[in-house]
Design a binder for this molecule. Structure first.
Ligand code: GLC
Length: 377
């Protein structure tokens, strides 16, 4: 056992004092889909490889807005109970001071990641978090129903609304009163910010705050984009969409009660699962734009792993973070969760492409995605 501990210590590059090696770690995660069960499987693999460490998952609400509020309180209070935080792509600038600088600890692996994603997690030269997965949304559509009604895969928002209405009316007349045209994230939280940024940007209305700090949202094209979205509520979208986050939208969609859905790639794998009523009946395309001359806009999302400055076991926490973001774990995540990898090579993996075709297809989409203005703000 002593020899084993020594080897584990050597591999992890930490000091040999027994107390520095064994650690009780806690990691927080806001669950979406089956994310919590997947993290548990990762933690189990980590503990099998690092028997000295014990890792506990602290589950959080799925709303990133709620998580952020809680984490800020914990960090402000110097909470030592949480070692590793799962962090949204937009938080790095605001929480940078509360996390360990990972620059040195990750210097041998950062070149394996997309430079722009590393950049998004760097604040004042400090690597605030190690990217776990990136995110860019899709327009999910019911292939079978578009075919049934002879409708095209829409390119503009108005076309999407028109197709949604034709199919919705047809399906209702055919005996499904629960059918809706379009579900999205309409609740008042960060998810709606993402959706609204897409409506505005894809209408030529700017990106709320531009990269140079100019506040651009007050313009006629932005106003028209928001008005258009307002028109969907209660017509092609259920009135309840104003309470929907990702999972509520997916719930309606996956039961087979929506023609279109705006959501992140995680919904692709779940919709295609064996127990899903829409398995084999849907596909994804890029989000529509206002006119054929405007460009589709996808908000850049994604999740990262940060080590709390108040952790009592920062070396072990770093070991866990490296493991969770390793090439093997990113591959598993790509296959089992259909989350977009942050490591470049995973996009060329044939097993990933076969199990999760959305991943190679979405490489360009996330690379051209629109960042939210958290850095300039
Ligand atoms: C997804 C994105 C994240 C975004 C959130 C909004 O989880 O990855 O960046 O903030 O959705 O609900």
């Amino acid at each position: 056992m002593q020899i084993k501990a020594l080897v584990v210590g050597l591999l992890a590059g930490v000091s040999f004092g027994a107390s520095a090696m064994a650690a009780d770690l806690s990691i927080v995660l806001g669950d979406t889909g089956s994310g919590l069960a997947f993290l548990q499987s990762q933690v189990d693999r980590y503990m099998a490889a690092n028997p000295e460490d014990k890792v506990t998952i602290v589950p959080m609400p799925s709303s990133t807005t709620d998580q952020f509020g809680q984490y800020r309180l914990w960090l402000a209070a110097g909470n030592t109970d949480i070692d590793v935080y799962t962090t949204d792509v937009i938080w790095a600038p605001q929480l940078a001071d509360q996390f360990v600088d990972l620059t040195d600890a990750m210097k041998d692996i950062v070149a394996d990641y997309f430079p722009a994603i590393i950049e998004s997690q760097t604040a004042n030269g400090k690597l605030v978090a190690l990217p776990s997965f990136t995110d860019a949304p899709a327009l999910f559509y019911r292939k079978d129903l578009l075919e049934k009604y002879g409708q095209p895969v829409p390119k503009t928002w108005d076309e999407m609304a028109a197709v949604a209405k034709v199919v919705m009316d047809g399906e209702r007349a055919a005996g499904n009163p629960d059918m809706w045209g379009f579900v999205f994230q309409g609740n008042s939280y960060e998810g709606l910010t993402c959706d609204a940024l897409e409506w505005v940007k894809s209408s030529g209305g700017g990106q709320i705050i531009e990269a140079d700090g100019t506040i651009s949202i007050n313009n006629p094209k932005a106003a028209a984009a928001i008005e258009r979205a307002k028109g969907w509520v209660g017509t092609i979208s259920p009135p309840g969409v104003l309470t929907y986050q990702e999972e509520e939208a997916r719930g309606v969609w996956q039961l087979g009660n929506a023609v279109f859905m705006r959501n992140w790639p995680y919904a692709y794998g779940l919709g295609g699962a064996d127990d899903s009523p829409i398995k084999g009946k849907f596909d994804v395309t890029t989000l529509p734009s206002a006119t054929a001359d405007d460009k589709s806009a996808a908000t850049l999302g994604g999740w990262n792993l940060a080590v709390s400055k108040y952790s009592k076991s920062p070396e072990a926490a770093i070991r866990l973070v490296r493991f969770l973001s390793s090439a093997d774990e990113q591959k598993r995540r790509a296959i089992e969760q259909t989350n977009l990898p942050t490591r470049i090579a995973t996009y060329d993996d044939a097993e990933v492409a076969a199990a999760a075709p959305i991943i190679p297809r979405w490489k360009d989409v996330f690379q051209n995605a629109v960042p939210r203005p958290s850095a300039p703000a």
